[in-house]
Design a protein around this ligand. Structure first.
Ligand SMILES: Nc1ncnc2c1ncn2[C@@H]1O[C@H](COP(=O)(O)OP(=O)(O)OP(=O)(O)O)[C@@H](O)[C@H]1O
Ligand SMILES: [Mg+2]
Length: 403
């Protein structure tokens, strides 16, 4: 089956939602190119907001041919000459018009790419057709010369209702059953990135063509696990300390859970005893230090813990193990999670009692909660408690289970 993200690429500009004005500007730039002061337009803005697909949709509508080059091609000036050299020359009056698209110029980075920026500048000067550059962040110093030679057109982050409309259309096209609220929640969490939203929708509708509240829960669990798996993979498979040390950058789990995940999976990956021992040594140091840090509240030292469990563990091996290992969540993580869930109900009930009785939650947990299940055995008393405290079904079930 074709991925949704490919199947629903906007073919016409009217299908590009939430960017009407911006797309209009871009289209005008291309239409009026002969009279424009600048030879290029630099379109910029966050990922998944329609930059690349707008250029394609406009060229389709205007019957123009796109000559697309990737910014990284510019690393080699000769290569770029071959690729677009002849394409940018003015051709006969009757030939099809063209757009030169240099996508994702952020790809050029560092010193070695100075030449790349120069090569693009030259392309802009020489081209007899509109040159469109795209970038997510064009305000880096290295792009200053490109900015001054281009019309700047900003794509804003999409608002969630535009994303909602995009997803809704896909759901209708695919026959995916959904509640609007769930689809809206999905749209909000994409953070203005339509590509991310469509991919989330794909993930959720792969197994069944229905979106429910549970799907959202499933998605957030899945994302969390994906992130931690990627992190483990980085730490275990790399010998490059720079890569290892950033492994947990996108991981939400707290330090304790990171330690547990490593603890569970380390012995599956590192099979040479001396390397395993070295890695566990790092892990146990991290564990001991993290306790001390918490105890003394010297939180600024936490970065050292991160170094131990990322670069430290990565460096315990001489070379990477080639076997593919399926990393698993630890049983302990699950148990902790369940314990937290149970505690969450207890705390919530205690909060309700504390509010009604004007006392502290801590006090209630200590002195009242132990007796509550007893009182709950009596049906009449139970009903009165439920009514008085306004307990929901889950909470009263939980208490019933205790009595
Ligand atoms: N405004 C929009 N309206 C409808 N669909 C959109 C919109 N923006 C993005 N999409 C969808 O998301 C996909 C990705 O968009 P696109 O490739 O244009 O993003 P981009 O802005 O170029 O992002 P990047 O900076 O990551 O390259 C498109 O193929 C389209 O399906
Ligand atoms: Mg793009």
């Amino acid at each position: 089956m074709q991925p949704l993200i490919n199947k629903y690429i906007p073919k016409a500009t009217k299908e590009i939602l939430g960017q009407e004005e911006t797309v209009g500007k871009l289209k005008n730039f291309i239409l009026n190119f002969k009279n424009e002061k600048k030879n290029a337009a630099l379109i910029y803005g966050p990922s998944g907001t329609g930059k690349t697909c707008s250029v394609h949709a406009i060229s389709g509508e205007l019957g123009l041919e796109i000559i697309e080059v990737n910014a990284s091609d510019f690393r080699n000036a000769e290569q770029i000459g071959q690729k677009v050299g002849s394409a940018i020359k003015q051709q006969s009056l009757f030939a099809k018009g063209k757009i030169i698209l240099v996508d994702e110029i952020d790809g050029l980075s560092g010193r070695e790419d100075r030449g790349g920026v120069q090569a693009i500048t030259k392309l802009i000067q020489d081209s007899s057709y509109p040159v469109i550059l795209t970038a997510t962040n064009p305000f880096d110093n290295k792009f200053s010369s490109l900015r001054s030679k281009s019309s700047m057109i900003e794509f804003r982050q999409l608002d969630y209702l535009s994303i909602f409309a995009i997803l809704k259309k896909i759901c209708d096209g695919e026959g995916i059953k959904h509640e609007d609220d769930v689809l809206k929640a999905l749209s909000r969490r994409a953070g203005g990135d339509a590509r991310a939203a469509i991919n989330d929708l794909q993930t959720l509708s792969n197994s069944k063509k229905e979106l429910t509240k549970e799907s959202l829960q499933e998605l957030s669990e899945r994302n969390k696990t994906d992130n931690i798996m990627t992190a483990l993979n980085k730490i275990f498979k790399t010998t490059d300390m720079k890569i290892a040390i950033s492994a947990f950058e996108n991981v939400e789990e707290d330090l304790n859970e990171q330690l547990l995940w490593i603890d569970e999976n380390l012995p599956k990956e590192y099979t040479k005893p001396e390397e395993l021992a070295k890695a566990y040594d790092m892990l146990s140091k991290a564990d001991v230090f993290s306790r001390r840090i918490r105890r003394w509240q010297h939180y600024r030292f936490l970065i050292y813990i991160n170094a131990l469990i990322t670069a430290g563990i990565a460096s315990a091996k001489k070379e990477k193990y080639r076997e593919l290992v399926q990393y698993k969540p630890t049983g302990r993580v699950l148990k902790i999670w369940w314990a937290n869930q149970r505690n969450a109900k207890k705390k919530e009930i205690a909060r309700k009692i504390a509010e009604k009785t004007h006392s502290s939650k801590k006090e209630i947990i200590k002195n009242t909660m132990p007796y509550l299940p007893l009182m709950f055995r009596n049906k009449e008393m139970r009903n009165r408690i439920v009514g008085y405290l306004d307990l929901n079904e889950e909470e009263s079930e939980w208490l019933k289970g205790k009595s």
